[in-house]
Design a protein around this ligand. Structure first.
Ligand SMILES: NC(=O)c1ccc[n+]([C@@H]2O[C@H](COP(=O)([O-])OP(=O)(O)OC[C@H]3O[C@@H](n4cnc5c(N)ncnc54)[C@H](O)[C@@H]3O)[C@@H](O)[C@H]2O)c1
Ligand SMILES: O=CCCC(=O)O
Length: 403
């Protein structure tokens, strides 16, 4: 159920359009959208795709993760209650690759929007070629978080008003780090994955940070005060264990946690690891678990180089070591500094789609969210997110009075 009424709008560049009086731009909504979503934000990721699609006039077929299907059905129920007409928002469950193939093969589906792993994203991108569909990909990350030694470690933060970019206390730093690293038990694509700490403050930061992490209460998310839940499944725990094992065998040290939680099942202790090096899987792969690896750096140039070097091949690692070995990715990055010049210079040098400066929580619907390199294509949120569901058309009007 979709039609293709053009919305006649004089778009950007009115001054250019004025100079070509009889020419103007038209936007069409793109058509049927296939939205394939992951488990880790089972509601938010559906809504950030469906919202702009419906706003543009598209209909949507959502294929949610098989690990969190009920949230998607709840969205569909709410859509019905909101009187969104039948057929406008559809949820399809079943075999993932069969549904993916059907969406890709359909000439009616004009756009695929996907959030999930790099491996599946690449398959969809290749599959979209058959019918030349527009595609947006929000894929994995390996966010570096750079802590410079110019942060004023002794300034106690009195209140929110003082939390301006030039006053970064150790307390604030640790809190922001906690927010960024341990959000959703570390299972967030923008979680700080590698914490790069300048050598002058490395020991002090490690101590203060692990004290803060120790206070995170693990348990049932419905219980008051609990900050860390379980990991999504056994495979996720085993992945964390294998990365930690690799790091320990290469000289890293666990200073907090480092094992399954006494609650059992898929609960894992919030963990801090020091002496982590760039060639360890903990630093090269998306951990997707509550483990914070601390790396050491000397200079700003070195920090930027380590942060941008997500190419496994350049480190001489065998790609077969781990199936999903990261290659040139760039979703989110963070820096903490008191130096105003650094707050501009370093983000500019970082090859990442989103950069938090003295801020650990960066997602908002009003900003463009998305990655560089193999972290994805396109943006979600803001006016740029709307563009993903539109086609731009140029109409050239002839002079009707011409003889
Ligand atoms: N960049 C972002 O905004 C963002 C946000 C959240 C999660 N992620 C990434 O998602 C990953 C975790 O999510 P996941 O484990 O659910 O990812 P996943 O790629 O395994 O699954 C994502 C979706 O793709 C489906 N799928 C699997 N194989 C398919 C196929 N052959 N054809 C069509 N669909 C198929 C799954 O059923 C699921 O619905 C992490 O890498 C994380 O970084 C990225
Ligand atoms: O996992 C990715 C989405 C996280 C977010 O919206 O901040």
């Amino acid at each position: 159920m979709w039609c293709n009424h053009p919305i006649y709008t004089i778009l950007q560049y009115p001054e250019v359009l004025r100079s070509f009086e009889k020419q103007f731009s038209v936007i069409n909504f793109i058509g049927v959208v296939g939205a394939i979503t992951p488990w880790n934000f089972p509601l938010a990721i559906i809504t950030r795709k469906v919202g702009p699609a419906l706003a543009c006039g598209c209909t949507v077929v959502v294929k949610p993760s098989e690990l969190t299907p009920l949230t998607a059905l709840a969205v569909a129920e709410v859509a019905l209650q909101a009187r969104i007409p039948l057929g406008v928002l559809n949820v399809v469950m079943g075999n993932a690759s069969d549904i993916g193939d059907a969406l890709l093969a359909s000439p009616e589906v004009r756009k695929i929007t996907f959030t999930g792993s790099k491996a599946v994203g690449k398959k969809l991108m290749a599959g979209a070629a058959g019918t030349v569909k527009k595609i947006s990909l929000e894929l994995g990350g390996n966010a570096p978080c750079i802590v410079f030694d110019d942060a004023d470690l002794d300034v106690a933060v009195q209140g929110v008003d003082e939390c301006v970019v030039f006053v970064v206390s150790l307390t604030m730093l640790c809190n922001l780090q906690l927010a960024s690293k341990f959000r959703n038990s570390g299972q967030t694509c923008v979680c700080a994955n590698r914490v790069l700490v300048q050598e002058g403050i490395y020991e002090k930061f490690a101590e203060a940070f692990s004290k803060a992490v120790q206070n995170l209460q693990v348990g049932d998310g419905f219980t008051e005060g609990v900050a860390q839940g379980p990991l999504i499944n056994e495979a996720a725990v085993q992945k964390v264990e294998s990365f930690l094992q690799d790091a320990l065998s290469k000289g890293a040290k666990v200073i907090l946690g480092g094992k399954r939680h006494s609650l059992g099942m898929t609960f894992y202790e919030p963990t801090v690891v020091t002496d982590v090096k760039s060639d360890m899987l903990l630093a090269r792969e998306e951990i997707f678990g509550p483990v914070a690896p601390l790396l050491r750096f000397k200079t700003e140039e070195e920090a930027i180089r380590i942060a941008n070097d997500t190419n496994a091949v350049s480190l001489g690692l065998e790609q077969s070591v781990y199936q999903t070995l990261s290659i040139t990715i760039g979703l989110a990055a963070y820096i903490f500094t008191n130096n105003v010049q650094r707050t501009w210079r370093v983000p500019e040098a970082l090859e990442y789609g989103v950069v938090g400066v003295n801020e650990g929580i960066i997602s908002t619907e009003v900003a463009p969210f998305g990655g560089f390199k193999q972290s994805g294509l396109g943006r979600e949120g803001s006016k740029y997110g709307i563009d993903e569901y539109l086609e731009l058309k140029y109409v050239c009007l002839g002079d009707m009075n011409r003889n």
